[in-house]
Design a protein around this ligand. Structure first.
Ligand code: SAM
Length: 220
């Protein structure tokens, strides 16, 4: 008998694959210059110095940010042991040891107000309850601290811009669209509303990554 999967089950299945056994493929696709640039833009909006990066993944982004902002202590958090192993290996190879933490982004092992900032690139859309996760982020960030999230957008992407970005970017955006189609995408109003609802202020949202993404930043 063939097992019938719901969209939610399929999403969890593919996420388990992409961020577990196929982490190497994910790493190859999202290490493109355009993906890394989007992460640097995200990091600029959250100066730190002590910043927790939720869903750090294979680490290429953290290393790029660490090189661009030497004064920052960026701790990479992920719940996937495979991703964290890849991140630690890459950090070693590049001679840039970084602190990593294995935990669930929805239950942060961090005392209240301990962080200057939190970032997340492609993380909220995977969570069962992004509003609850943002409430947890609001607890962990000190008043005046900054947060930034880059998440898949529900609007129409610019195919031309995606193609001009090169085959690696185009492939990563196709993967991102497929994965977010199985989880969720946000409108600017929804993402901004989630941040406001969690108690953040000065919320700003802009489109990025050929219209496939939304970059949101706010203050605690
Ligand atoms: C789409 S990847 C993004 C990786 C990286 N931020 C990037 O931009 O390339 C999402 C990451 O979030 C992690 N993740 C998913 N759900 C999580 C959760 N509840 N807590 C912590 N990490 C989670 C996955 O293991 C994966 O490494």
């Amino acid at each position: 008998m063939t097992a019938v999967r719901t969209e939610g089950e399929l999403g969890r299945h593919f996420a388990g694959l992409a961020f577990g056994p196929a982490a190497r493929v994910y790493e190859a696709l999202t290490g493109s210059p355009a993906w890394l640039r989007s992460s640097l833009r995200l990091a600029e909006l959250v100066p730190g110095p002590l910043v927790l990066d939720l869903g750090v993944g294979p680490g290429a982004v953290s290393l790029e940010v660490a090189r661009a902002h030497p004064g920052r202590v960026a701790v990479g958090l992920d719940r996937s042991a495979t991703m964290l192993r890849r991140a630690a290996r890459l950090a070693d190879l590049q001679g840039c040891p970084l602190p990593f933490l294995r935990a669930d982004a929805q239950v942060l092992p961090i005392r209240a107000g301990a962080l200057d900032g939190v970032t997340g690139h492609s993380l909220l859309y995977l969570l069962a309850d992004p509003a609850a996760a943002l409430a947890e982020v609001a607890r962990a960030v000190r008043p005046g601290g900054r947060v930034g999230f880059l998440e898949p957008a529900s609007g129409s992407p610019s195919l031309l811009e995606a193609v001009i970005g090169g085959p690696r970017l185009a492939a990563s955006l196709v993967l991102w669209r497929a994965m977010s189609g199985l989880h969720r995408r946000f409108s600017a109003e929804e993402l901004g509303g989630l941040l406001t609802g969690a108690g953040f202020r000065d919320v700003k949202v802009e489109t990025t990554l050929a219209g496939c993404g939304l970059l949101a930043a706010a203050s605690r």
